[in-house]
Design a protein around this ligand. Structure first.
Ligand SMILES: [Fe+2]
Length: 155
């Protein structure tokens, strides 16, 4: 199959690796958000339940967009949950926590994801892969927005 852009094998492998890292962390954060959507308690239940849902719905679509960019580059999209958890810099959570702790954990997850997709975008740009760069920039903007919304709860 002919990939969408003519990258050297080294560049293609590096970009695919960075995208698989992004998919893994996005998937772990999707589950984290759904976990908190289910288990959050407190007087802020309504808005937090809704915010966590907004996050997991966004991230579920993003996993697909990132993984399908890997396929456009003729790479292998890693789809095993165990491998995603293993490589992810975002950690799982057992869901037993108060609302503030959940907001803090999700804020860290969003900041981590912003850094991961940001680095993937820089790498893609270095190799002239502007379409991957564009996707990563778009994802970074979403994660920074969610990070800001979560930080605003903690002031
Ligand atoms: Fe729900």
């Amino acid at each position: 199959m002919q990939p969408a852009i003519d990258l050297s094998p080294t560049a293609q492998a590096a970009i695919v690796e960075a995208l698989n890292q992004s998919v893994a962390e996005t998937a772990v954060t999707t589950m984290l958000a759904q976990n908190f959507h289910w288990n959050v308690t407190g007087m802020g239940f309504g808005p937090l339940h809704a915010l966590f849902q907004e996050i997991y719905e966004d991230h579920f679509q993003a996993q697909d967009d990132l993984a399908e960019r890997i396929k456009a580059l003729d790479g292998h999209a890693e789809g095993m949950l165990s491998k995603m958890v293993e490589r992810s810099k975002v950690s799982e959570h057992d869901g037993h926590a108060d609302d503030r702790t959940m907001v803090e954990a999700m804020k860290v997850a969003q900041e981590t994801l912003a850094a991961t997709v940001g680095a993937a975008g820089v790498l893609a740009a270095e190799h002239g892969d502007t379409l991957t760069e564009d996707l990563c920039i778009a994802r970074g903007q979403v994660h920074e927005k969610f990070a800001w919304m979560l930080r605003a709860h903690l002031r």
